[in-house]
Design a protein around this ligand. Structure first.
Ligand code: HEM
Length: 437
């Protein structure tokens, strides 16, 4: 389907065949990102990976992400961080059960804290309070969800100045920038004191790694400066936290709505870990049903139902249609992953469908592309999946969960969604927890 948003031709892709064309066969044509004013404001003139235009610069920063920040080895190195944060999360639930068995746990807050704290510790080395990071990031999310008319009708750009959207965005971006400057300064002075971490990326957070790359790259190589560093750190927060939270929130929502699935998952998890107090990352290798539950969530509730927009760099033919250079592309991943031509009972939550299926989420099977595909595909799959699996397994292992009665029951079962780049539950998820005997 071709639409026109103001002056911009917009191709909407809603079938796996068309997605394969755009994200695989013609990936070299459709691998640009459209310019967005908000990305410029928050991501230092779009110098991050996700919004940088395709080209030499983007290749350099993407390879830093893939090779140094989000490689399998690096993700593995954060195991202790994940396990510690999950233990803390379990303690919080336990404490709230002890305080009052009848007081529901706000799962939205709990899951938001654990995902934020894990990402924070991996990216910038320690946890930060809500006012420093979480609140400005929520404001950023909200502003990104707002349509900016000037992106589509350039002569109406002044409206963004008049209605105060740009002003709000600039204030929020300044606040985040000051925070990131402090973080980088702290890391620089720490390195000054104990300059022994070169060469070993094992224990370092992302800022440490970026500083090391900055220090060791020769003058002929790509140079990272402070601005690029901050743009990359912002990418990790922007792309990594909310998406991971959305998966967990929807997973608990569907499990509460489907007690038989919750029971089956609990049986699997308890079968592997027994009465041990915590699930370890090794345990996850023996939990095929857990993996099927998470895939089913990514199918039914992809955190970015419309993938981050692409833009074509030259004229192309897609499934026989002529598409002009400069056309923007919206891939509707949700329409594809709930299309009855590929999926049986597509709107039903049935994790079993993945137990005997080889369909994966990594961008090779175009009927399921929650992480996108091709050159611009998500580099954070391994980082996100291990957090999702570990948190969900532990939460189900330790507690029996049920929905409260009355209004809260209606709210728990209400699956209305928010708007924005990442789609969340509209209402917070509250549930009653009781510890397993
Ligand atoms: C469940 C969690 C996640 C989902 C569903 C998700 C989804 C996506 C999607 C749909 C894209 C666009 C792909 C495309 O254009 O083809 C993307 C890009 C990206 N994601 Fe993720 N993501 C997740 C977690 C993460 C994490 C944890 C990180 C990093 C810590 C991350 C970093 C990025 C970056 C840097 C890009 C831009 C890649 C580029 O433009 O080259 N994501 N992600």
């Amino acid at each position: 389907m071709l639409l026109h948003f103001g002056n911009v031709p917009m191709l909407v892709v809603s079938t796996a065949e068309a997605a394969r064309e755009v994200l695989k066969s013609l990936d070299h044509v459709f691998c640009n990102r459209p310019h967005r004013k908000m990305f410029d404001i928050f991501w230092y003139g779009s110098t991050d990976v996700a919004s940088a235009p395709y080209g030499h610069y983007w290749r350099q920063v993407k390879s830093i992400c893939v090779l140094h920040l989000l490689s399998g080895k690096k993700v593995q190195s954060f195991r202790r961080v994940r396990e510690e944060e999950v233990v803390l999360m379990i303690e919080k639930v336990r404490k709230s059960c002890c305080d009052s068995k009848l007081k529901p746990v706000n799962l939205t807050d709990l899951l938001s804290e654990v995902t934020n704290d894990i990402v924070c510790r991996c990216v910038i080395g320690r946890r930060y309070g809500a006012s420093e990071l979480r609140r400005p990031m929520s404001e950023l999310e909200e502003l990104l969800g707002a349509s900016v008319l000037g992106d589509y009708v350039p002569w109406l750009d002044w409206l963004g100045r008049v209605n105060g959207v740009y002003g709000r965005a600039k204030r929020a971006a300044k606040h985040l920038d000051e925070f990131l400057d402090e973080v980088v300064d702290e890391h620089v002075s720490k390195r000054g004191h104990d300059d022994d971490d070169d060469g070993d990326e094992g224990q370092n957070d992302f800022v440490d790694i970026l500083l090391r790359i900055q220090k060791t790259s020769s003058t002929t190589e790509f140079q990272i400066d402070r601005t690029i560093m901050k743009a990359l750190v912002m990418d990790m927060f922007g792309a990594g936290t909310d998406t991971t939270l959305a998966v967990l929130e929807w997973a608990m929502t569907e499990l509460l709505r489907h007690p038989n699935v919750m029971q089956k998952l609990r049986d699997e998890v308890r079968g592997v870990a027994g009465d041990r107090t915590h699930i370890t990352e090794e345990d996850l290798n023996h939990m095929p049903y857990l993996k099927a539950v998470i895939k089913e969530i990514l199918r039914l509730h992809p955190p970015s139902p419309i993938l981050i927009p692409r833009e074509s760099m030259q004229d192309a033919k897609v499934l026989g249609y002529d598409i002009a250079a400069g056309t923007q592309v919206l891939v509707n991943a949700w329409a594809i992953s709930t299309d009855p031509s590929y999926w049986d009972q597509p709107l039903e939550f049935q994790p079993e469908r993945f137990l005997k299926s080889a369909i994966d989420i990594k961008g090779h099977d175009f009927q399921l592309i929650p992480f996108g595909a091709g050159r611009r595909g998500c580099p954070g799959i391994a980082f996100a999946m291990i957090v999702n699996e570990l948190v969900l397994a532990n939460i189900v292992h330790q507690f029996h969960w049920e929905v409260p009665g009355g209004v809260l029951r209606d709210q728990a079962f209400d699956i209305s969604e928010t708007t924005g780049l990442t789609v969340h539950r509209k209402f917070p998820l509250l549930a009653l927890a009781s510890p397993h005997m």
